[in-house]
Ligand binder design. Structure first.
Ligand SMILES: Nc1ncnc2c1ncn2[C@@H]1O[C@H](COP(=O)(O)OP(=O)(O)O)[C@@H](O)[C@H]1O
Ligand SMILES: [Mg+2]
Length: 352
């Protein structure tokens, strides 16, 4: 199968600032790739290099097997959706959606047909004669998507398209984008800082930090086997507990008298132990967890407290019998404990 997009060591410098160190990524046909990372890590810059809105300092970009590194945006067979919608306020929705097509010389009849078909798909046919100011945020986001859809590009590029929407609408639009993308079967590069959005949408996630790619993998791959402590802390909600500890003969010592069973296949010495809140459970054999706070989430209960000197979180099935001040023993299955090198932050033990 040929890759639709190939990013080959794409690098971006702004003067002395290196915004993107060198991203390597092959995107297959129909694949939804999410670029994920904290603000300023280089996600938008990477996307904008693919779009042709930023020059590429070094590296190569192929779209559909064609070298487009130096081509204008209009010659790249891409369509981009922005966070702020970028609609013309004085044009109707219909005209907004058809504008790009007409600019490219498409006839009125064909343009109208494409607009009608995209509007149907996005359930905005009844809005076509309105102006942008007469639409809600969610409706405008649909129109912005529709404007990309009518172009029928090889690649869709979306930069934080849902961040102006409220939480409920964001979740609904997220589902719709996922369904729409599978239905049209086109490659999509989607930028977000929201790990939930990444986990729920992506076929593969590219996790970035300070212009560097940290890990590329499916949502469950990066959740189950984070490559380093940064990825471990970034993926998953509530976030993973990362605790300095000492490892010896399958025993993890977090503090005096605070021990957990650990994987056997890693040596001895100082480590960072990564334990997801949901991996810790009340257990007779466990380490003493002192509960300081209780958050009832409905189906589950989140406990905030301490193991020795370390602040940690424990996510349990619904419990209403445990209150702040109580101490309960907790433990995790050794296979659920991630170990990271305290110097390099890299994952320890057997890899892949
Ligand atoms: N036009 C620019 N000039 C100088 N530095 C920039 C410019 N655009 C982005 N940067 C810098 O590049 C880095 C990556 O930015 P960006 O790609 O926008 O991050 P993200 O989208 O992940 O929040 C940041 O340090 C940012 O300050
Ligand atoms: Mg950005």
């Amino acid at each position: 199968m040929t890759d639709v997009i190939s990013l080959q060591t794409l690098r971006k410098e702004y003067g002395s600032v290196v915004a993107v160190e060198g991203v390597d990524l092959e995107v297959a046909e129909g694949e939804l790739i999410v670029l994920l990372g904290p603000s300023g890590c280089g996600k938008s810059t990477t996307l904008r290099m693919v779009a042709g809105l930023e020059t590429i300092t070094s590296g190569r970009l192929l779209i559909g097997g064609r070298d487009v590194t130096k081509l204008e945006p209009k010659d790249r067979d891409i369509a981009m959706v922005f966070q702020n919608y970028a609609l013309y306020p004085h044009k109707t929705i219909r005209a907004n959606m058809a504008f790009g097509l007409r600019m490219r010389g498409m006839g009125a009849a064909e343009a109208a047909e494409r607009v009608a078909s995209a509007a149907d798909m996005l359930d905005i046919a009844h809005l076509l004669d309105r102006k942008p100011a007469q639409l809600s945020g969610g409706q405008m986001q649909r129109v912005a998507l529709g404007r990309a859809l009518v172009r029928d590009p090889a690649v869709f590029l979306l930069d934080e398209p849902l961040s102006n929407l409220d939480a409920k609408l964001r979740a609904r639009m997220r589902e719709e984008i996922a369904l729409l993308q599978k239905r049209i079967g086109k490659a999509m590069l989607y930028v977000t800082h929201d790990q939930t959005e990444a986990m729920t949408l992506a076929d593969r996630i590219v996790i970035m930090r300070d212009g560097h790619v940290q890990q590329i993998g499916s949502p469950l791959e990066v959740y189950d086997r984070p490559a380093n402590a940064f990825v471990a802390g970034f993926i998953g909600s509530p976030e993973m507990n990362l605790v300095p500890a000492t490892l010896d003969a399958g025993q993890l010592t977090l503090a005096d008298g605070v021990r957990l069973s650990a994987p056997e296949d890693v040596g001895a010495g100082p480590v960072i132990a990564g334990i997801r809140p949901e991996a810790l459970e009340p257990s007779d054999e466990g380490a003493p967890f002192v509960i300081q706070g209780v958050e009832q989430l409905g189906s589950q209960t989140l406990f905030i407290g301490t193991l020795g000197p370390h602040r940690i979180r424990v996510l349990a099935g619904r419990r209403d019998d445990l209150v702040a001040g109580a101490t309960i023993p907790v433990a995790a299955a050794p296979s659920a404990i991630h170990l990271f090198d305290p110097t390099t932050n890299q994952r320890m033990g057997s890899t892949v």
